[in-house]
Write a protein that binds this ligand. Structure first.
Ligand code: BGC
Length: 830
């Protein structure tokens, strides 16, 4: 119970990942909870979504001195339908936030196991859970629908002592627990949290306080609570409070109101440690931008109801009413917000906000990769991309932390390889892939959002259901496992992941085979043989959000040029993964689909001269990145891509799906100068242009902040930040092989091929990998490029120096040199 809703701060309990005996497998987790029953708070009237209070569930219980003395340790195994905090004898247990996390609850519900040995006392003890709606019953997603997984919250917990005499349940949830609503008068992940500290009695947490207001809990009995097979031990790094930011500036746009600028767009909440005299009612509105009047503006974050177009409130509003107790703190741990600014309204005269902090909250993923170079703007870009990832790595990989907070498949597909250069995302992603497999429809389709409240079937919302299975989004099923394989080389997880990838590929291939786009059918009444693999029907987002192309989610549009490319790509990657597993049939089947789709794409969209019939930067990038252009036409196609960039005034023109591959494709096809030029472009659209306009995270739209200052969409979407991988792989030059063998994946074989540009004098990257630490750095001085490489023992590197010389290096530290006189210096263009 540290600073926050409840005063009386004491040290948190140690986090116990669990031992093989206690929580390594699902069955031991289930067995630890065998004496616990699902309970729910007495809640005679359920308030409207967004307005629902958090409930306290409490049990006072006696512990025999003998049991403690004879126990090696006591673990608290806890989970919930909703979000819970757990307290023992007035101490908040553990330092995890938003437990039990977000998974495909119908199939998989995580159970946390905390070591609480030191928190128990002989005699009377009190266990309390503070339970709110969370993802289970609260609002999230574009339409912010509530009650996605159920209409009742619930708690399941047991304290189990393990000692020489075996295991013994000290207390477990049952009908002897009591519940009440309390000081958290509303709590919702999207709408925000309200706390009335006058309603808090701290004695509740130590078994005291007035008995009035407490009512017996109710049994939570339904099909979901009856299913205990879905209980799994918590997987991977939990969500934690990772960092705190002090306000950089405080402005007073109007009397009684202050705007705190934390200088950085983050995911988390604001902690206030000055709340004013009793009865002071403060309202905190969180946002990413300020209006012309200096107040927080959340209008651009408002989503709408698909069917009616009705605009929805942006939410992100917290409230606190002070009880006037000394040391009182407000910290809303049952919500999170995406924000840089917080506007505090209702300020009494003289209230000191200097202690306010933005608390950065996200999955506590170890940092693994770094990049730096001689151009500070690029270092800043790298950091801004990392902040965007941190803002969107809260229990699941999300699209944005404010408007939807959903696990959009396409977003993670686009970004996972970049994320793996920044942080260790293996278990974080594997957990999400289990949810993806759980939510996969019977026909192999993948919903656009995972975990999905509708589970593995349609939600009944027309747009959502129609958009399930979009190319570039559903392909996460194959591309995410592939990128994890390249980065971590863990064959063990593949066996679990490849079946979902295969079912996705089969689904896409069957769509291609079954149906033809009506316009193509009209043009060509007799289908050409290659059309069997042409995926030109069904809903697809397409490239999505290219500059100047308004989003047009049109189910009748022909996106065959994108979808067929992805059919090839996913089939190819699934074939390769199957090969790594020795699954020959799957390998054969997917290789055949990959070859068929490649042939179909070429016949339909590629001219004999290497032009794509539907020209766009994105289509050329995709074709070249996915190997759809035959070797003899690659130069022509790449030259045409470069020409399109020039025709666009030297600006990029890619959208959601292809942006991450734009610079690598240019650099790898003889257009390195152009790649660097785009990287340094500060015009519109460009990455450095975003930074110049003040971005501290990557925008969803290239023109997220227009020249007129108008704001559009989310200002924290990581997809376009996939450019950061170019800094690692090309600017510094540390690359994973395109198709590593089982002995090479996970950085046991790498390619080192820096692509220096005239405006840089040095660059370096460090990567902590399963194979060990790799370091690559180069420097140019007096016409000589010096490359320093450090490899762990067992890693082999194929080095290509900019002068064309090649070397193979083994573990150890190496210094190589070559003459390097780049053509005329490039300058950043405004
Ligand atoms: C989300 C995206 C997502 C897209 C297409 C948007 O509303 O924010 O990031 O991928 O929809 O589904």
């Amino acid at each position: 119970m540290d600073a926050g809703t409840i005063p009386a701060v004491t040290a948190p309990a140690r986090w116990a990942p669990g031992t093989p005996d206690d929580a390594e497998s699902g069955s031991s987790t289930r067995s630890a909870l065998r004496n616990a029953r699902w309970i729910r708070p007495a809640e005679p009237r359920v308030a409207p979504p967004g307005q629902r209070p958090a409930h306290l569930l409490r049990r006072t219980f006696a512990v025999d001195e003998q049991h403690l003395a004879g126990s090696a340790r006591v673990l608290a195994h806890v989970t919930a339908h909703g979000v819970y905090e757990f307290f023992l004898n007035g101490v908040r247990v553990g330092d995890e936030e938003l437990t039990p996390g977000f998974t495909a609850y119908r199939e998989r519900l995580q159970v946390q196991s905390f070591d609480v040995t030191d928190l128990l006392v002989p005699g009377v003890n009190t266990a309390v859970a503070l339970l709110s709606d969370g993802w289970f019953r609260g609002r999230h997603g574009f339409e912010r629908r509530a009650d996605g997984f159920g209409t009742r919250t619930g708690l399941l917990a047991a304290l189990v002592a393990t000692g020489p005499a075996g295991r013994r349940t000290l207390v477990a949830t049952d009908d002897r627990w009591l519940s009440r609503s309390g000081h958290v008068t509303r709590a919702d992940l999207m709408d925000g949290q309200a706390v009335d500290l006058r309603l808090l009695d701290t004695a509740w947490f130590t078994g005291g306080g007035e008995p009035a207001g407490w009512a017996p809990v109710l049994p939570a009995e339904d099909a979901l609570t009856a299913d205990r097979d879905r209980l799994v031990p918590a997987e991977g790094p939990p969500v934690r409070r990772v960092e705190e930011l002090a306000p950089r500036a405080v402005t007073r746009p109007r009397p009684g109101s202050a705007v705190l600028d934390f200088g950085q767009n983050v995911n988390g909440w604001v902690r206030l440690s000055e709340l004013g005299p009793a009865g002071t009612h403060l309202t905190l509105t969180h946002g990413e931008s300020l209006g012309a009047d200096g107040q927080v503006d959340t209008d651009h974050l408002r989503a709408f109801v698909f069917a009616t177009g009705e605009r929805l409130p942006a939410g992100q509003v917290d409230e606190v009413v002070s009880a006037g107790r000394p040391g009182e703190v407000f910290e809303p741990r049952h919500t999170t917000h995406g924000f840089r600014y917080a506007q505090v309204d209702g300020l009494p005269e003289g209230l000191d906000l200097s202690g306010a902090r933005a608390v950065v909250v996200h999955s506590d993923l170890p940092r693994t990769g770094e990049f730096a170079c001689s151009d500070e703007r690029l270092n800043r870009l790298h950091e801004v991309v990392r902040w965007s990832f941190r803002g969107n790595a809260c229990a699941v990989p999300t699209d944005c932390p404010q408007r939807e907070r959903s696990g959009f498949t396409g977003d993670w597909q686009v970004f996972v390889a970049t994320a793996a250069l920044l942080h260790d995302v293996q278990v974080f992603s594997e957990r999400w892939l289990r949810d993806l497999a759980a939510d996969q429809w019977a026909d192999g389709r993948i919903p656009t959002v995972v975990p999905n409240p509708a589970g593995n079937r349609p939600s009944g919302v027309a747009f959502e259901d129609a958009s399930a299975g979009s190319a570039g989004w559903g392909d996460a099923a194959a591309i995410v496992p592939w990128e994890l394989w390249r980065a971590y080389g863990d064959t063990g997880s593949l066996a679990e992941q490849v079946p979902a990838a295969l079912r996705w590929v089969e689904y896409a291939a069957s769509c291609a085979e079954r149906a033809r786009h009506p316009e193509r059918a009209a043009r060509r009444p007799v289908p050409a043989p290659h059309e069997r693999y042409l995926w030109d029907t069904g809903f697809h987002f397409g490239e999505w959000l290219e500059p100047g192309v308004p989003p047009r989610p049109d189910p009748t549009a022909d996106h065959g040029v994108v979808a067929t490319a992805y059919l090839h790509r996913s089939a190819l990657l699934t074939a390769r993964l199957a090969a790594a597993l020795g699954w020959h049939d799957v390998h054969e089947r997917c290789s055949a689909i990959a070859a068929g789709a490649r042939d179909a794409w070429q016949r339909e969209y590629l001219t004999p001269g290497g032009r794509i019939t539907e020209e766009s930067q994105a289509n050329y990038v995709r074709a070249l990145a996915f190997g759809l252009v035959p070797r003899e036409l690659r130069t022509a196609a790449a030259d045409r891509l470069a020409e399109l960039v020039r025709q666009a005034g030297g600006h990029l023109g890619t959208g959601f799906l292809a942006t991450g591959a734009l610079l690598p494709v240019l650099a790898d096809t003889g257009h390195a100068d152009l790649a660097h030029e785009l990287l340094l472009d500060e015009g519109n659209p460009s990455w450095l242009g975003m930074l110049a306009a003040g971005a501290t995270t990557v925008w969803e739209w290239w023109d997220g902040v227009g020249v007129d200052g108008g704001v559009r969409g989310s200002l924290n979407h990581y997809s376009k930040g996939a450019v950061a991988s170019f800094l690692h792989t090309h600017v510094a030059g540390l690359r994973l092989p395109e198709d590593p063998g089982p002995a090479e994946a996970g950085y046991r074989r790498v390619r080192i091929a820096p692509v220096p540009s005239a405006h840089l004098t040095w660059a370096r990257t460090v990567q902590d990998t399963r194979a060990g630490r790799l370091e690559v750095g180069w420097e140019v001085a007096d016409g000589v490029l010096t490359l320093d490489v450090t490899l762990p023992c067992g890693t082999v590197a194929d080095v290509e120096l900019p002068d064309g010389t090649a070397r193979r290096l083994d573990g150890g530290s190496h210094r190589l040199r070559c003459a390097h006189r780049p053509p005329g210096a490039l300058a950043g263009r405004g």
